[in-house]
Design a protein around this ligand. Structure first.
Ligand code: HEM
Length: 425
């Protein structure tokens, strides 16, 4: 589907409607002309940036290991060796002054030969390189989890700050957009693998756990168009058109939810593999001192998926994330779009005016989201592993006096998800 053409059509019918404008901005600037984002990696980048791509690919065979060593200090040595190799290659091969000039030209809008697709691909490369440096070995290990301040190489710092400004967020680690959307090429392949030489079952789990995110967004993108259209039709009092849009939204929602349902199965994402080889690496669980106060980043979680943010906003539900987590991990153009959808959500107004047709249609959409959340609650159990502390990517290291073991962690996380299911009305 030519999503840009659809968005242009939306702007034509809705003229200068705020929500249509934000969807258009999302597709143009973050999606490089489509949604989920289009990308280019490696050779299509300006010359000074290419070594980043090559260094990641050169080092990745040493990142993941099939056997976890019996003692933590040996595991930690593996992590430190990886970091030392990465630091040395970055120092040797990156001319940081050239990189800084290029990125500031890009920010000023005057960089020839570096388009938004390439920029998106570069975002994935730097994000994955930072995670590889932070953990140094997969499965992640206790000694690395216990490190709270990470001395990230300057070559990954200058670039990252610039990318964060472009995407309008702040965090030391990646997010669903950088680590998943931007890490696929146009043939649906992962570019920066983390388990390159591992078993088939591990690589299959890595692929499907990554791919489910852009696959859901791809299936959901026509829904976003109809969300905007229904808002516009409601505001111009075109009842036939907005009721038709609500029908279409409800029907289209089945596909992204089915993708989730069909993917989160043991034959695609093996439970025994998932936590050690897919999930841990996507967390961060470290931070920085801001004005003398320690601030920790949880980073990546499914809770950043635009699909849920946009449909929840359309239904008039409060956002699931705290402001801090939204501003840390959700790019600004995604935030602007879902905020505008929430602002223009007409469900409450229709309820107040006794429009039972709209409420009946909205109820059907709510039911679809409840199905998603039921399925998700059922899959969201944690496993434990001897080499690490209990941690989820979205809620960081959980092990503490209040949460001493995995059972207590499961109860804590279950409560969060059940609460959200309860709020989905
Ligand atoms: C085995 C895989 C998964 C597990 C164990 C899991 C676990 C969790 C947990 C514990 C939470 C609550 C803490 C938090 O906010 O981070 C959560 C939230 C969430 N996760 Fe997952 N998750 C998994 C996969 C996914 C996938 C693949 C998606 C979507 C593609 C997803 C979407 C969400 C969403 C949208 C939330 C926010 C709560 C909500 O809107 O209902 N999760 N997940």
């Amino acid at each position: 589907m030519d999503y840009m053409a659809l968005c242009r059509e939306l702007l034509l019918i809705s003229d200068d409607h705020e929500t249509a404008g934000y969807l258009q901005d999302l597709v143009v600037f973050d999606g490089a002309g489509n949604w989920p984002p289009q990308t280019n990696h490696g050779n299509s980048w300006p010359e000074p940036l290419r070594p980043y791509h090559e260094i990641y690919l050169q080092l990745v065979p040493t990142l993941s290991c099939a056997t976890v060593l019996p003692n933590d200090s040996s595991n930690y040595r593996r992590c430190q060796d990886y970091r030392a190799r990465m630091r040395m290659l970055l120092q040797d091969r990156i001319v940081i002054a050239d990189v800084a000039t290029l990125l500031s030209d890009m920010e000023a809008g005057s960089c020839v030969g570096f388009d938004l697709k390439a920029y998106n691909g570069f975002y994935a490369c730097i994000a994955l390189s930072r995670h590889a440096f932070r953990w140094g070995t997969i499965p992640i290990v206790k000694a690395a989890q216990e490190e709270k301040i990470i001395d990230i190489p300057v070559e990954l710092e200058i670039t990252w700050r610039c990318l964060c400004r472009h995407f309008g967020l702040y965090s030391q680690g990646g997010n669903v957009t950088s680590n998943y959307f931007c890490n696929f090429n146009d043939r649906d392949q992962i570019v920066y693998l983390i388990n390159e030489d591992m078993s088939e079952v591990t690589r299959t789990a890595e692929y499907h756990f990554g791919h489910v995110f852009p696959a859901i967004e791809k299936a959901a993108s026509p829904v976003y168009y109809h969300v905007v259209n229904s808002i516009f039709q409601y505001e111009t009092d075109n009842k036939g058109a907005y009721v038709a849009s609500l029908h279409i939204i409800e029907r289209l929602l089945r596909q992204p939810i089915k993708i989730y349902y069909d993917t989160l199965v043991d034959s695609k994402i093996s439970r025994s593999i998932w936590m050690a080889y897919c999930q841990g690496f996507q967390g961060w669980a470290a931070g920085e001192l801001i004005d003398g106060v320690y601030f920790e980043y949880d980073v990546l979680s499914g809770n950043q998926l635009p699909f849920c943010h946009i449909i929840d906003a359309f239904l008039g539900l409060e956002c699931y994330l705290t402001d801090q987590n939204r501003e840390g991990y959700i790019p600004v153009r995604q935030r602007d779009f879902s905020d505008s959808v929430r602002k223009h959500s007409f469900r409450q107004q229709a309820k107040r005016s006794g429009d039972s047709v709209i409420e009946a249609e909205m109820e059907k959409i709510v039911r679809r989201m409840r199905i998603f959340r039921h399925t998700h609650c059922a899959c969201a159990t944690l496993l434990t592993a001897p080499e690490r502390l209990v941690m989820t990517a979205g809620k960081s290291v959980l092990e503490s006096e209040e949460i001493p073991d995995v059972d207590a962690a499961i109860d804590f996380l279950d409560d969060i998800l059940v609460k959200r299911l309860g709020e989905t009305r």
